[in-house]
Design a protein around this ligand. Structure first.
Ligand SMILES: Nc1nc2c(ncn2[C@@H]2O[C@H](COP(=O)(O)OP(=O)(O)OP(=O)(O)O)[C@@H](O)[C@H]2O)c(=O)[nH]1
Ligand SMILES: [Mg+2]
Length: 298
């Protein structure tokens, strides 16, 4: 039996969460085309007869501009120090730059066994792959590079085998029936955040937090969910609500459908939009909204 922890690290929007969801076989982390979608380390477990891989999906590396980004950056850094393997995810479709090589070399220098997934090869010319691989090796990268597509499932078996090859021998580290370390309530808030990320542009979705005030199941099986979308500015609130409440109705409806799929039951969802000026720079609010402040040690 091989088993252990694998930190999934890389730039924002590289495709880390998509890859983790596919490898785990269940959606444990939300995904969007916007950078900084993942805000917290999220565990996703992949069980097989002779191995168990415990992925730790992390917030993408992105220039820290506020207290929330800097907490997110520390989360990735801490995760990379505490695992058996680092899986560095590189967006092949974006192309390789010097900063990619520098980041990869930074993680190599930690000394943890590591491999590189070069992803999104389904939407790029295949000819670019060898040139990018050469660029990385010329820049001093030494780890094995696996071209993959999470969307199409290309080369994922090879990647999994390579990860398993780097794991230590030993019993399962996580109980078999556990897929994620996050609660249903956390996923409910994340599903709402995903729909806001998909619907709105730029600063609006990045400035929101979702707070679940009520989450309970009635005797008839229906879930009653009541949540706040907290945004940073009054004009963001107006955008989120939309003319005649149309925008918020639409995102709530998409979110409710996904929540019903996730919970396997009907959901009665109530959504409010609130303003908390600059919450991303206020440590006490960060904590209230479920983001770790200070030492990211648990
Ligand atoms: N075509 C294609 N798109 C992909 C693939 N993997 C991810 N994407 C897309 O890339 C975007 C970012 O994916 P995420 O999985 O959210 O990326 P991430 O690295 O977790 O991003 P952060 O959490 O912001 O750091 C989404 O629009 C995905 O659908 C892939 O293999 N092929
Ligand atoms: Mg992510």
């Amino acid at each position: 039996m091989k088993s252990g922890f694998v930190a999934v690290i890389g730039k924002a929007n590289a495709g880390k969460s998509t890859l983790v969801n596919v490898l785990v076989g269940e959606k444990v982390a939300i995904v969007s085309p916007k950078p900084q979608t993942t805000r917290d380390a999220i565990m996703g477990v992949c069980n097989a007869a002779d191995y168990q891989i415990v992925f730790v999906d992390t917030p993408g590396i992105y220039k820290a501009r506020n207290a929330l980004s800097s907490v997110m950056e520390k989360t990735a850094e801490t995760a990379s120090r505490d695992v058996d393997v680092i899986l560095y995810v590189l967006d092949g479709h974006e192309g390789v730059t010097d900063s990619d090589a520098e980041l990869i070399k930074h993680y190599e220098s930690i000394g943890t066994p590591m491999l590189i997934a070069y992803t999104k090869i389904d939407i790029m010319p295949k000819e670019n792959i060898p040139a990018d691989v050469k660029k990385l090796y010329d820049a001093g990268v030494t780890q094995d590079i696996y071209p993959v597509s999470a969307r199409k499932g290309t080369n994922l078996k090879k990647l999994t085998e390579a990860i398993v090859g780097l794991l230590p021998s030993g019993e399962k580290v996580i109980q078999e029936d556990i897929v994620s370390d996050k609660s249903e309530k956390f996923m409910i808030a994340e599903i709402m955040r995903e729909k806001v990320l998909l619907k709105f542009d730029e600063e609006v979705p990045h400035g929101i937090a979702v707070v679940v005030n009520e989450f309970r199941r009635q005797e008839n099986g229906v879930y009653i969910i009541n949540l706040d979308i907290v945004c940073e500015k009054a004009n963001h609130k107006a955008i989120l609500i939309g003319k005649g409440g149309r925008a918020i109705k639409e995102v709530s409806s998409f979110a409710r459908q996904d929540m019903e799929k996730f919970l396997g039951a009907k959901v009665f969802l109530t959504t409010y939009v609130k303003v908390k000026e600059n919450w991303r720079d206020r440590p006490s609010l960060l904590k209230d909204f479920g983001y770790r402040t200070g030492k990211a040690d648990n």
